[in-house]
Design a protein around this ligand. Structure first.
Ligand SMILES: Cc1cc2nc3c(=O)[nH]c(=O)nc-3n(C[C@H](O)[C@H](O)[C@H](O)COP(=O)(O)OP(=O)(O)OC[C@H]3O[C@@H](n4cnc5c(N)ncnc54)[C@H](O)[C@@H]3O)c2cc1C
Length: 406
């Protein structure tokens, strides 16, 4: 076993490429985008991601790219602040932390560390996978077909590898009832500053408009709304028209964001989905990251799980030969399954607490955020967090309030 094809140069795919390259594999990574995909909001370095990045030797580089953040503030449609949680809340374990970097930067750092045995092929994807006695014969859209010992589908929630080897997306997709558009807004002389705060504006009808700090001179914008399905990716106009319709009557900076969305290079729109696959490998094809277990952005754990999954898979494959491949992939699944199952569990009302439907719901959510930070309750939470050693899952998951998936 020495030749692996990884489909998807995202966080999980490139992290696995780096680990397998170091273990002596010949690695080919095929990515459908013409270059490394930029975009996305922030990745929290307080939890498991930090440990994996440290073991990879990339943590110091990541820490050089932290976003300058002051906290999370809930504002109303006139821009008035109604509640806030600074990064210092709960002993530094609040929803937004001072240890976050943009997903774009994390992807770039992992990619830049690629080893000498790794070849990246951009602007291409797999067209067909056929397993035979020698491996998996792969037909590409653009490159010549080839045979690999192993194929890893690290191609995200809408995985093509999963469709080809496991079945149609509808068999695995569990929509959560929300959709999200996100993009980078370049500031001009007239752009209101977010002053280091992640600003979140809830509007009736489970709509959320957000802007948070990005690279200097940029803001990361998000628009969340109820939807299980969206117009086709090929019909950009229908997608922008949908946003115009849904956000026609919301205030604050909505108009500015809708106008800016059309010219944003990294504009993306997707539903919030979970992916449930009973078994992550079939023969010599295995899934990793969102393609296998997407827990949705509401979990706040997508990147941590992709990094842990890459590490677990690389360890399981260490020294594997074709005869014990099945055992190696079972070991990977045994290690990761409990973590992904836990991440996919959402407490009742999770979606509604992020995007309340009514005025009363919005007011209650802001009230709860203020109460949580009153002295006795904040002290209790801070102590609980300190005893636990890190942010409890509920807090970690709420750190994802402004983050979303592809
Ligand atoms: C541009 C972008 C922005 C994101 N923003 C956020 C965010 O703000 N907050 C958040 O919580 N999560 C975000 N995510 C998702 C987050 O990166 C993942 O949940 C997590 O890192 C798991 O990583 P993954 O490797 O499974 O998938 P991803 O990091 O999503 O990577 C999947 C890769 O596969 C590629 N790909 C897709 N289809 C094919 C195909 N057919 N052939 C070849 N390659 C393919 C994609 O272009 C992408 O590069 C974003 C993902 C992307 C791609």
């Amino acid at each position: 076993m020495s030749r692996v094809l990884i489909v998807g140069a995202g966080i999980g795919g490139d992290a696995l490429a780096l680990m397998l390259d170091r273990a002596g594999w010949d690695v080919t990574v095929v990515e459908i985008a013409p270059e490394l995909r930029a975009g996305g909001q922030t990745v929290d370095l307080r939890g498991d991601s930090r440990e994996v990045l440290n073991r990879l030797g990339l943590l110091d580089e990541c820490l050089l790219h932290l976003v300058d953040q002051r906290g999370l503030a809930w504002i109303d449609e006139s821009g008035e602040r109604r509640a806030a949680m600074p990064v210092e809340a709960f002993g530094g374990q609040g929803f937004v932390s001072s240890e976050e970097l943009l997903r774009t930067d994390l992807a770039r750092i992992i990619h830049a560390a690629s080893g000498p045995r790794t070849e990246h092929r951009f602007d291409d994807t797999v067209a067909q996978l056929t397993e035979n006695a020698h491996g998996v014969h792969v037909t590409f859209r653009r490159h010549e077909s080839e045979t690999f010992d192993l194929v890893v589908g690290a191609d995200g929630t809408h995985s093509r590898v999963r469709s080809l080897a496991f079945g149609p997306e509808s068999d695995f997709r569990h929509p959560l009832g929300l959709a999200h558009a996100w993009f980078t807004l370049r500031e001009t002389a007239t752009t209101p500053s977010v002053e280091g705060w992640s600003l979140m504006c809830n509007a009736v009808g489970a709509r959320v408009i957000g802007a948070r700090p990005g690279h200097p001179g940029e803001q990361e914008v998000g628009l969340t709304f109820p939807a299980d399905t969206l117009p086709s990716r090929k019909d950009a106009e229908a997608r922008f028209a949908l946003l115009e319709r849904v956000f026609a009557d919301t205030g604050w900076r909505t108009r500015e964001f809708l106008d800016a969305s059309r010219s944003a290079a990294d504009f993306a729109l997707d539903t919030y989905d979970q992916i449930h696959v009973d078994r992550w490998h079939r023969g010599r094809v295995v899934l990793l990251g969102d393609s296998a277990w997407c827990a949705s952005p509401l979990s706040g754990l997508g990147t941590a799980l992709a990094l842990q999954g890459a590490e677990s898979l690389a360890a399981a494959l260490d020294g594997a030969v074709p005869d014990d491949l099945e055992q190696a992939l079972d070991a990977y699944e045994r290690e990761m399954r409990p973590r992904t199952t836990a991440a996919q569990k959402m407490y009742p009302g999770r979606v509604r607490s992020y995007a309340p439907r009514t005025r009363r719901g919005i007011a209650t959510m802001r009230f709860v955020m203020r109460v949580l930070q009153t002295r006795p309750i904040a002290a209790l939470i801070t102590r609980a967090v300190a005893d636990y050693g890190r942010a409890p899952a509920a807090i970690e998951s709420d750190a994802a309030l402004l983050q979303t998936t592809r």
